[in-house]
Design a protein around this ligand. Structure first.
Ligand code: UN1
Length: 513
């Protein structure tokens, strides 16, 4: 069934009804069991993908390690030129890829396009960065000596990504890794394998057009067992993993066990603090988009609103009102704000959260529920819900990947709100709505938010690629995308050169022969 031009988009992206799920660039092969990708939009089977076996994986690693030897010797600005071409291809295919993201994952078409825009942005960023992989120079304590540091390519980077950003998170990693001279092996979520196939086709086209080896970009498919091939493989010096805290703990321990590096981007439990000095109109837009955008399935989604008691009712009423305007339905139809959850398991978790919050003493102020009937046949459409709760409720402490927003009340100073904000295990994104300079600065100070992202008069989601993205505590500590996040994709080397005829030892040590 053609859903808003999805057939044409699949064709443009080279996605077949049955796809080989393992690729070393243009060379496709797979021998594993078949994964089926059903759209949460209409429940239709979009396509099938063969998963990667251990033998397939060996072939991938052969291609990747050999491609690395060529790729790392290419000057970084020339690698940047390849990434520039990749970004151009993404511009050409933006609509098609945005549509596939929307159809396979369920986020709105606008957000699908936004995700592809993030890919384009990170490519531009990486192109500029390819001339700026700077190290420092320092003064040696010894006469006639020079000391400096340089960054060298690291090797094969393993990327494990989640269903909610099925293309952008790969691009944040891969665009930087490529300009750093690394090659990538990517395992997309088994819930969105076709997005992986589409991206791989685009990358492979660029590498082939430039006579570059297969294996600079590799794709593997399957569930966590396929991810384990990489986490256990000492030929993969860096694993970048995005997903749940549960998954991150397993990956971190596996990789640490062989002293590899991991870059972890895990769960969030993001809050907006709304103080008596908040602009209510801005608060409503920020909070509602943050809570219901991507149907509450961003790691940066707003889960908690911490509202001062003096404005509590006003804010609550404004938000409840705004929820009344939300249109839920086919995300490819641009009239709708909210699409489906990824699958029926996610629906169960959503229902469980609503039951739990009531059991713990919370009060529902916007009713949830699963939608049925025409247009909702997939069983994945739910109503965004709001509950009044207490900060310490177990369910409030927990990240539920669904559009459930908790309203929490604070009294007294902004410090009390900051305490509530910080008293969760996760530390990804946070925000304060205030026009009071003192409150804003306190929130940003060392005694303020403990998250990797802290915003003033902006919601918790929708970060730009220019900043380092990631968080503390159970969010995993990794930083990817902008700022100096590139450094994790390289190995640092300190070099000391003696241009005299003497060999003085450091620390003035005498060793006469
Ligand atoms: C994620 O949900 O995994 O800040 C990433 C945002 C997006 C990225 C989210 N730029 O919401």
């Amino acid at each position: 069934i053609d859903n808003f031009g999805i057939e044409k988009a699949l064709k443009t992206l080279g996605v077949q009804s049955i796809n080989q799920g393992t690729s070393t660039g243009s060379n496709w092969f797979s021998n594993g069991e078949v994964l089926e990708s059903f759209s949460p939009v209409d429940g239709q089977l979009i396509g099938k993908v063969k998963s990667t076996t251990k033998d397939d994986y060996s072939r991938v690693m052969e291609a990747a390690t050999s491609a690395f030897k060529t790729w790392r010797t290419m000057p970084a600005p020339q690698r940047g030129e390849i990434v520039r071409q990749f970004g151009d291809k993404l511009r050409e295919k933006k609509e098609a890829l945005g549509k596939l993201v929307s159809y396979e994952m369920g986020k709105s078409y606008q957000e699908g396009l936004g995700e592809v825009q993030e890919m384009i942005d990170i490519c531009d960023f990486a192109v500029g960065l390819s001339r700026q992989l700077h190290g420092l120079t320092m003064h040696s304590e010894r006469p006639g000596h020079r000391m400096y540091e340089q960054y060298h390519s690291l090797g094969v980077v393993g990327i494990i990504s989640a269903f909610n950003f099925p293309v952008a998170v790969w691009a944040w990693n891969t665009a930087l890794a490529w300009i750093c001279g690394d090659v990538c092996v990517w395992k997309p979520s088994e819930k969105t394998p076709l997005c992986g196939i589409a991206c791989q086709n685009i990358a492979a086209e660029v590498f082939a057009a430039n006579n570059l080896p297969e294996g600079i970009s590799c794709l593997i498919n399957g569930d966590y067992k396929v991810g384990e091939f990489m986490t256990k493989d000492k030929r993969v010096p860096l694993i970048s993993a995005t997903g749940s805290t549960r998954m991150g703990k397993i990956v971190a321990q596996e990789v640490a066990g062989r002293l590899g590096k991991s870059l972890l981007e895990l769960g969030g439990n993001n809050a907006i603090i709304v103080t008596p000095d908040a602009d209510i109109k801005m608060t409503v837009i920020g909070a509602v988009f943050g809570a219901v955008g991507t149907c509450g399935q961003r790691c940066t989604s707003t889960r908690r609103l911490i509202i001062h008691e003096s404005i509590y009712d006003k804010v609550k009423n404004a938000i409840v009102d705004a929820y009344g305007q939300l249109r839920i339905g086919n995300p490819l139809d641009e009239n709708n704000h909210v699409g489906p959850l990824i699958d029926t398991d996610a629906v169960k978790m959503y229902q469980n959260a609503l039951t739990k919050v009531v059991e713990e003493g919370g009060k529902i102020v916007v009713e949830g529920g699963v939608l049925s009937g025409e247009g909702f046949e997939s069983g994945c459409y739910v109503k965004p819900a709001i509950a009044e709760a207490q900060p310490h409720f177990e369910i409030v402490q927990h990240e539920t990947f669904a559009p459930v927003l908790y309203l929490l009340k604070y009294s007294g100073d902004v410090e009390n709100a900051i305490d509530i904000q910080n008293e969760v295990a996760q530390g990804l994104s946070s925000a304060i709505m205030t026009n009071n300079l003192r409150e804003a600065e306190r929130f940003l100070s060392v005694a303020g938010s403990d998250c990797g992202i802290a915003n003033v008069n902006i919601g918790t989601s929708g970060a730009e690629i220019g900043g380092a993205f990631g968080g503390e505590k159970e969010t995993g500590g990794g930083r990817e995308s902008g700022s100096d996040a590139w450094k994790v994709y390289m190995r640092r080397q300190t070099n000391t050169i003696n241009y005299t005829t003497e060999l003085p030892l450091a620390q003035g040590i005498k060793f006469d022969l």
